[in-house]
Design a protein around this ligand. Structure first.
Ligand code: ZN
Ligand code: ZN
Length: 108
């Protein structure tokens, strides 16, 4: 049970805020829907789980993607890797908007 990596097909407990999130079919998830933090587990391709870093990634910026979806740019707190991720449908909207407002130049 020490496997607390964020996976798209299992429930997981966020190591940043402690929220346990159940897997829901149809939602691709690689970050916590509450605090939006992620883990550095992918190396090159989203989902490859090839990274050895496995450190916390903070939601650095949020921008608007196509079809009014949100794109969260995660930055690894350990190695500095930047990975953009699509926000999930049930992500914490207040936090998404707060991040957009913190970086007004990125909002389109
Ligand atoms: Zn969290
Ligand atoms: Zn890293």
């Amino acid at each position: 049970m020490s496997k607390n990596l964020i996976s798209r097909k299992e429930s997981f407990t966020c190591i940043h805020c402690g929220t346990t999130t159940e897997f829901r079919p149809g939602i691709e998830r690689n970050h916590c829907p509450n605090c939006l933090y992620s883990l550095h587990v992918d190396l090159e391709i989203p989902g490859d789980r090839a990274a050895t870093c496995k450190s916390l990634m903070e939601p650095a910026t949020v921008s608007l993607g196509r079809k009014s979806s949100y794109i969260i740019t995660h930055r690894c707190l350990s190695c500095g890797k930047i990975i953009p991720n699509k926000a999930a449908k049930d992500d914490n909207v207040d936090r998404l908007i707060a991040l957009i407002n913190a970086n007004p130049k990125l909002a389109k």
